[in-house]
Design a protein around this ligand. Structure first.
Ligand code: HEC
Length: 135
């Protein structure tokens, strides 16, 4: 959070809102580039993260469809156990990034890693459910 003056003291601003609403004080003390450039860097990171979040989400929905189809075709709980385990791993990772509240900005590489794992687990789970259906 940016610093503000309170009488003779310098304290951090506790007005909880996005620091992007105050780029000048929140960022430009360290980053000597224009506000427009600063905002563009943040938005670039967030757009890439959002794209990965959507793709991992689509993978998970495809997995759920495959599991529903397997269940409709008579698959047992035991047969779907591996797919459920993969679903849990994918969902946990997706929720973690969806809930972190900076749209990937605070740790872009870590967010991308976690979303890549989410998409991979969901697709593995989809394949696992499809194998049960087509046995
Ligand atoms: C106390 C100093 C400081 C403040 C304040 C600060 N940063 Fe940074 N920031 C850094 C340092 C140090 C790095 C890592 C070195 C680098 O990559 O430039 C960094 C890295 C970044 C990066 C990734 C590298 C780049 O330049 O694209 C972005 C984006 C960024 N900061 C945006 C912001 C935004 C937006 C704010 C305000 C909300 C902000 N920073 C406030 C010091 C600061």
């Amino acid at each position: 959070m940016p610093y503000i003056r309170d009488g003779a003291s310098k304290v951090s601003d506790h007005w909880v809102r996005s620091p992007l609403l105050n780029i000048n004080r929140a960022c430009q003390t360290c980053h000597r580039v224009s506000e427009t450039e600063m905002l563009a860097r943040v938005e670039g990171i967030q757009e890439r993260n959002h794209g990965l979040l959507q793709r991992a989400g689509a993978a998970l929905m495809d997995q759920l469809d495959a599991m529903a189809a397997a269940t409709a075709a008579g698959a047992t709980e035991a047969e779907l156990a591996a797919a459920r385990e993969l679903q849990r791993k994918a969902q946990w990772r997706l929720d973690f990034i969806a809930a972190e509240n900076s749209m990937g900005f605070h740790a872009p590489q870590e967010a991308a890693r976690v979303l890549a794992e989410a998409a991979d687990y969901a697709r593995q789970g989809q394949v696992s459910a499809m194998r049960v259906t087509t046995r």
